[in-house]
Ligand binder design. Structure first.
Ligand SMILES: [Zn+2]
Length: 511
């Protein structure tokens, strides 16, 4: 009889239930399980994986069994992979896992484990009472069913959590987890030490200080991030570019929007609690009515700050090289999903010229491929824009923005309403919906204003002639396109071929 060399595998994922289960308990049970079967437990052969999901997938590049290199979505567990390698190579020939659930939650991982048993003669045993037997077809079928169910349960949980996060975002209430820098653990009250630090840093940045100098000053003062880590430029950037500072509820890196598409203010969670008839706290029907928190920075300061953060000396890194090297990158849009299309290099022609296409791959939820020849579209659109410039007299828009007066009125109205509320003349129920509405209008106007400034400060297109166009840089040409054209929509190809089908293009001129 051949001797068994035992290894053990334990895994802790990041959810709290698993934390309670604990790596210690898994380890004890694995050791006990091995000993009970007359084996020898060895610390060195215990494969322990921490904070690793057996469910979540990541995109990775592989070379498959047909030699094709491609991107696939896989559960990534490096320690698990090492344990499987050890089994296949014969470094160990038996593996004790806590239970089937620790072993695999992804059918593909289970298949690998079954292969190790079937083709490499490995033994896989579970320490928990629910035995695993991957040696018989009955046992394999049972394991496949159990893993399928565990996988569904993970998927259900992930969906529930995602949905609940979305609801919370729409309500404007903060989530669990660690507090943001500048706030107390309730995530809405300003921290008496950190909030003034942020305000001072912002003032200094607006006065020309660099992010590096802020990071250095905070380091010297012994100020750490909430996780106790040191500051650097990129950490300061992510802190200062978070719209939460201006009182917005942020969801997945962007300002959350409610069901009607309006931006959501961060609100006091306490404001959501109301008492039911038994005197127990309950949630109010319309949580949007929760009182907005006092922003750490006013909107104007926050906006000016964002402009400072993108200054070249404050940029984390240069924009991706070549991201905009093609004439119509970012101006072309996919007619199917409206996504912006960028130029993609596809090789060289026989004469050595660069070949490229503008393309859209869709998303994982909505896969589609739309691609159009870069040279073809660029030439066609260049001709179109020169024709347009020859035919229309281009007038520069007025210098002042028409919404300036209204913007002033809105700011005043908000100030008055808030003052009336502070002095107790008007209740929050009356003031906040009004303020919110005003702020929505304000943001729309401000967006229109920056657009206006962008356009009016753009290149004058009056003087452009075909000869002048020849001498222009791609950047300048792009600016002309941006000034005159809102977007160029591209429909999917209906026939295969190399000639440009211009009926696929829909040009949306700016008015
Ligand atoms: Zn698309």
């Amino acid at each position: 009889m051949n001797t068994l060399v035992w290894g053990g595998y334990s895994r802790i994922s990041d959810d709290s239930e698993d934390e309670r289960l604990g790596v210690k308990r898994q380890r004890e049970d694995i050791e006990e399980g091995i000993t009970k079967l007359g084996g020898v437990f060895s610390e060195e052969l215990l494969f322990e994986e921490n904070d690793t999901s057996a469910f979540k997938k990541r995109k990775v590049k592989i070379r498959d069994e047909y030699g094709e290199e491609r991107y696939v979505w896989r559960v990534i567990r490096p320690v698990w992979a090492e344990a499987m390698r050890a089994l296949r190579s014969g470094k160990i020939n038996a593996l004790m896992v806590y239970d089937l659930d620790r072993l695999a939650r992804d059918p593909r991982d289970l298949e690998d484990a079954i292969d190790a048993v079937v083709y490499h003669g490995a033994k896989i045993v579970s320490a928990a009472s629910s035995g695993i037997n991957l040696e018989t077809s009955d046992g394999q079928a049972w394991a496949r069913v159990m893993v399928a169910m565990a996988n569904k349960s993970s998927a259900d949980t992930a969906r529930r959590v995602k949905r609940s996060h979305l609801s919370r975002a729409r309500e404007g209430t903060p989530l669990g987890g660690s507090r943001p820098f500048g706030y107390l653990p309730d995530k809405v009250t300003h921290d008496p030490v950190e909030a003034p630090l942020i305000r001072q840093a912002v003032e200094d940045l607006l006065n020309g200080a660099s992010m590096r100098s802020i990071a250095e000053r905070w380091e010297a003062m012994g100020v750490k991030t909430v996780r106790g880590k040191p500051w650097d430029r990129s950490v300061i950037r992510s802190l200062l570019s978070n719209p939460r500072l201006a009182g917005w509820r942020v969801h997945q890196g962007k300002i959350a929007v409610d069901k009607n598409g309006n931006p959501v203010r961060l609100v006091h969670p306490a404001a959501l609690a109301a008492l039911d008839e038994c005197g127990k706290p309950t949630r109010v029907k319309n949580p949007i009515g929760g009182e907005p928190i006092e922003p750490l920075l006013d909107q104007d300061t926050f906006d000016r700050l964002q402009a400072v953060l993108v200054r070249p000396d404050n940029r984390k890194r240069k924009p991706r090289r070549g991201a905009h090297q093609y004439l119509l990158s970012g101006i072309m849009r996919c007619a199917t999903c409206q996504a912006v299309m960028y130029g993609n290099y596809t090789g060289k022609t026989k004469s050595g010229a660069e070949r490229y296409v503008y393309g859209c791959q869709g998303t994982s939820a909505d896969k589609h491929t739309v691609a159009i020849s870069g040279h073809g579209v660029d030439a066609f659109m260049t001709e179109a824009i020169l024709k347009h410039l020859a035919e229309t007299s281009f007038e520069k828009p007025e210098v002042s923005f028409s919404g300036d007066e209204r913007l002033g009125q809105i700011r005043e109205a908000i100030t008055e309403l808030m003052a009336a509320h502070r002095e107790g003349q008007l209740s929050g129920a009356i003031v906040f919906p009004q303020v919110q509405q005003l702020e929505e209008e304000q943001h729309k106007l401000e967006a229109a204003r920056s657009e206006f400034i962008r356009e009016t400060s753009g290149p004058s297109t009056i003087e452009i002639t075909p000869e002048g166009w020849e001498g222009m840089s791609t950047d300048k040409r792009r600016a002309v396109f941006g000034t005159l054209i809102e977007a160029i929509l591209v429909k999917p190809a209906t026939v295969r071929g190399t000639t440009l089908d211009t009926s696929r293009l829909e040009v949306i001129w700016r008015r």
